[in-house]
Design a binder for this molecule. Structure first.
Ligand SMILES: C[S@@+](CC[C@H](N)C(=O)[O-])C[C@H]1O[C@@H](n2cnc3c(N)ncnc32)[C@H](O)[C@@H]1O
Length: 479
């Protein structure tokens, strides 16, 4: 299969050993299906292992889009036809009426599989069309999925669709998927009050089994009477008996560590606190510069002289995470003070800077994000008076380290941050010291840790930070 189609169809067949381990784990959970369904069965490794592991199942039903795989799976499942009624169908998941398909099968039902691990942006890059109809996506995920703003996985859509159907049955869903996808589908199921009786997540080594550098798991979700308190137990591997984490759904949001949250939930802000992110320009080679005296070097090594008016010392997220916050040799060209400011004014005030921007105008005009459209030329985002506050308390969103750092002026100018950092602007150093100490103290740290998933691409988010009530946290850290 060509590399492109392999990506488009998320075609990474589950190795036999992993398929057997998955079924062993399900047996340990005392799952005893009467029917087994595999909606994207590939060459049939998982369903074959399941039919071996669960002699209680008298029916097996599998499907895949790929005709060759369907033929191989049929042969593979041949030995099982003596004990179970098996059908393997060539079908596109997105064209299939799963309600009707599953209606013919007896409970308890086990729907297991390993749906394609491909997301809409990867499909966009390769021009793939393996997607649900847009109107269906809209129903499931809202406008974000259509605008491509959210990174939604094909498997996420498949799992949501299956949960909508099987949650009304005596059924178990057991799926290999990315941990991020597992959390998203569980969050949706909990918030939409599907009848989730229990949920477990067993971490797997995706690099070993699929050569994929992603955090992945076996998600096991049982449906019936909904659990009074929605939670998911996480296990370090398929054979672990003790949980390494327990996440859940509390007060309308996903909670990474329910025990810590139970301890500190009184620190949750009634109205979210507004954390700011650093400056977004999407053109580091032009806008981020190294300084030597009055000369600045851009990302191509070009040396230019620029007026002082529009250049500011900057810290990158990596410097922030490393604690290098007292000085910097990096500077940023900051073309506006507020979103939408007329950048034409630069021409009069700083002709050399204007010339530099003109030299690279084409590159700046080509920035892909739609936020730059219909905006003044050379626009940037993440600006407002807060960006120019002399004192800030900041944290990097990219690193797995919840440490807040105080930033002060450098070379008599406020330091600015890149758009992967979050901060609170402070009027003076005294306040910045106070806020830094309070955020790094035990109560704030534990409360925020209860909300953060460290395996996420950007583990620290403005949304999670905003949940901490700063006044309550001050009181708690003073205790
Ligand atoms: C990650 S592989 C897993 C295969 C199998 N479930 C296993 O565990 O070995 C994903 C499978 O999904 C199939 N697939 C991709 N898009 C599909 C679609 N729209 N409908 C049905 N099957 C699809 C691919 O052909 C591939 O066999």
């Amino acid at each position: 299969m060509a590399a492109h189609s392999r990506i488009e169809f998320g075609d990474f067949q589950t190795p036999d050993a992993l398929a057997r381990d998955v079924c062993r784990t399900l047996r340990r959970l005392r799952i005893k299906p009467a029917a087994i369904v595999e909606p994207t069965c590939g060459i049939g490794n998982l369903i074959a292992a399941a039919l071996d592991a669960f002699p209680s199942a008298s029916v097996g039903s599998a499907a895949d889009l790929n005709a060759e795989y369907v033929a191989t799976a049929r042969q593979r499942l041949e030995p099982h036809t003596a004990t179970a009624r098996i059908d393997v169908t060539q079908a596109d998941f997105f064209q299939t009426d799963w309600n009707r398909w599953l209606a013919n099968l007896p409970d308890p039902l086990l729907v297991l599989g390993n749906p394609p691990w491909v997301n809409n942006s990867q499909l966009g890059t390769i021009g793939g069309g393996n997607l649900p109809h847009k109107e269906n996506v809209a129903r499931v995920r809202g406008i974000e999925a259509l605008t491509g703003k959210s990174n939604f996985d094909v498997s996420e859509w498949m799992l949501n669709a299956l949960i909508d159907i099987v949650s009304e049955r005596h059924a178990t869903l057991a799926m290999l998927c990315k941990t991020a996808v597992a959390r998203k589908v569980l969050t949706r199921a909990w918030s939409e009050k599907r009848r989730v009786k229990s949920a477990q997540m067993y971490l797997i080594d995706a690099a070993k089994s699929f050569g994929a550098a992603v955090d992945a798991c076996l998600l096991v979700c049982r449906f019936g009477t909904a659990a009074a308190v929605p939670r998911c137990d996480v296990f370090a591997n398929l054979t672990a008996r003790d949980t390494c984490q327990e996440f859940g759904f509390r007060d309308g949001r996903l909670i990474a560590d329910t025990r810590l949250y139970a301890k500190w939930h009184h620190l949750r802000a009634a109205v979210p606190v507004r954390w700011r992110s650093g400056i977004k320009h999407d053109c580091a080679k032009v806008m981020e510069l190294r300084r030597q005296g009055n000369r600045f070097t851009n990302g191509w090594g070009e040396v230019v002289e620029l007026e002082e008016d529009f250049v500011f010392p900057m810290l990158k997220s990596s410097q922030l995470a490393a604690g290098k916050t007292t000085g910097t040799d990096r500077w940023m060209l900051v073309t506006q003070r507020r979103v939408g400011d007329d950048t034409g004014a630069i021409r009069q005030r700083a002709p050399r800077t204007w010339r530099y921007l003109q030299m690279h105008a084409e590159r700046l005009d080509r920035r892909a994000s739609s936020i730059y459209r219909k905006r003044p030329r050379f626009s940037i985002f993440g600006i407002g008076e807060y960006a120019f506050a002399p004192w800030k308390v900041a944290v990097s969103g990219l690193y797995k380290k919840l440490v807040f750092r105080k930033l002060g002026p450098f070379a008599e100018k406020p330091m600015v941050l890149d758009d992967t950092a979050y901060f609170i602007a402070c009027p003076d150093e005294f306040e910045a010291d106070r806020v830094t100490a309070m955020l790094n103290a035990g109560p704030s740290h534990e409360f925020l840790s209860s909300l953060l998933f460290w395996d996420a691409k950007r583990p620290i988010t403005a949304d999670a930070l905003g949940m901490l009530d700063l006044a309550q946290a001050s009181l708690a850290s003073a205790d």
